[in-house]
Design a protein around this ligand. Structure first.
Ligand code: UDP
Ligand code: GLC
Length: 428
């Protein structure tokens, strides 16, 4: 006889019982009580879920949150990779799923979604079992939401969804948007959005307004202070000539718009050097090839330099004259923008999505129409000609970013929200 969960998911009863057996194979967690949430005098235990093993912005932001909960939290990753290494280095307890990961893509259709259910259910069971010893499930990505939502129903634990994506047609297929909204509306007790733009897109797609709160990502300003100047080393290692250095710090992906910056170079002078920092994290190899072909075609090989994925972002930013952020679809938040501000490098960003909330145009950076190489070139040219203005903007931006995007405050706000929601669920 099938059992119907409160979200209408029909599972064979046998499977439900099997999934709820106790787990014995996950990493031991330090039992100390940290500074994070405390409910009824006891430490609040949070089970974080993330689908990716790669180091994207969502994973870097989760590292900062999970560090705050490291004495009573566990990050469960659906696949291994550099993210697991980062958590290990930060001494955040984590566990990597041993079985193959889920193959649902952002553009997935219904058919693929149904096929993926077969892969999904065992994972839901694993998470539901683990969740028995936690107070809360915290889903950090969309696939994590799908798994976390079902597991939260089975384990009867509250679910928090940290929404870091703009749920629009530019980023997600209609079915994926519908699934995310339905699961969030029915299973989550709280949705945390990384910007107003993300929150608005959630509501436009049918998300319940009373469910969603905006909490901007936080950063530790100390990590961006007093960076070594890498210019001489970079000149040598990557044959970058002296001149006006523009850094682009993003995974190589069509919507991150590296091609817009390369196109803009046609309208700029010989002194400009572009550093593309990042690599294709999610199989965008065709895009990388098209980018390389474009550079070759324009004869820009001596002006555009691929630095690959780097872990010394603050020092690289501090070595640039300008950071360009060129997303062609609305950026949900854009960590790179705040990191540039904290590193003391002025930033010009595409005027859309979360970027418009982070930059006060002409005061803490510049906003440029997205996907418009000519306008971008014009703005870059103006910055290039005005070193004093760049310095002034960079100083103002640093002050503003360290005040508004403090990691300490962000973590306190998140801990407070999680506590409220656990309390509300335990007392109802
Ligand atoms: N990043 C990095 N190494 C690289 C390129 C990027 O560590 O080579 C980091 C960057 O500093 C930022 C994150 O990747 O913290 C990207 O986050 P963002 O929010 O800007 O965009 P996302 O990729 O998450 O959409
Ligand atoms: C996602 C978004 C990015 C945001 C990051 C952290 O990766 O694409 O804009 O900064 O999450 O919230």
């Amino acid at each position: 006889m099938p059992s119907t969960t409160s979200i209408g998911l029909k599972l064979p009863l046998k499977s439900v019982v099997h999934y709820l057996q106790p787990v014995d194979d996950w990493l031991p967690i330090d039992k100390q009580v940290g500074i994070a949430g405390v409910i009824n005098g006891l430490a609040m235990k949070v089970l974080f879920l993330d689908q990716s093993g790669q180091l994207g912005g969502a994973e870097l932001s989760l590292t900062d949150v999970a560090k705050h909960f490291k004495h009573q939290g566990l990050v469960y990753l659906f696949e291994g990779g550099p993210f697991a290494d980062k958590l290990a280095a930060a001494q955040v307890p984590y566990k990597v799923r041993q079985r193959p990961s889920l193959s649902i893509s952002k553009e997935s259709g219904l058919w693929q979604g149904l096929l993926s259910l077969r892969q999904l259910l065992p994972l839901v069971g694993e998470v539901a079992k683990m969740a028995q010893t936690y107070d809360l499930i915290y889903a950090n990505t969309q696939k994590a939401l799908v798994v976390g939502a079902m597991a939260s129903v089975l384990a009867r634990k509250p679910l928090v969804y940290h929404l870091r994506d703009i749920l629009s047609a530019e980023h997600f297929s209609p079915i994926n948007r519908r699934v995310a909204i339905t699961l969030a509306n029915t299973c989550a007790t709280l949705v945390i959005a990384n910007s107003q733009a993300t929150r608005q897109a959630f509501m436009d797609a049918g998300g319940r307004p009373q469910l969603i709160k905006v909490v901007y990502n936080g950063f530790d300003p100390d990590q961006y202070e007093g960076q070594p100047l890498l210019r001489p080393v970079l000149q040598q290692q990557h044959a970058i000539q002296e001149g006006f250095w523009i850094g682009h710090f993003s995974r190589l992906s069509p919507w991150k718009g590296q091609h817009v910056l390369v196109d803009a170079l046609q309208y700029l002078d010989e002194a400009v050097q572009v550093l593309l920092v990042g690599k294709a994290l999610f199989g965008e190899d065709d895009y990388v090839q098209s980018l390389q072909a474009k550079i070759l075609n324009f004869g820009l090989q001596d002006h555009v330099h691929f630095l690959g994925f780097r872990s010394d972002i603050p020092a690289l930013m501090a070595s640039c004259d300008l950071v360009a952020h060129t997303s062609t679809s609305p950026e949900p938040f854009g960590r790179v923008i705040i990191e540039s501000m904290l590193s003391g490098c002025p930033v010009v960003a595409a005027k859309d999505g979360g970027a418009t909330e982070l930059i006060d145009h002409g005061k803490t950076g510049w906003l440029c129409p997205p996907n418009d190489p000519q306008q971008l070139a014009q703005m870059i040219g103006e910055c290039q000609r005005q070193p004093q203005l760049r310095q002034k903007i960079a100083t103002q931006a640093r002050v503003q970013a360290s005040q508004t995007f403090s990691l300490e405050q962000t973590n306190q706000v998140i801990a407070g929200l999680l506590q409220q929601h656990v309390r509300r669920t335990t007392s109802s």
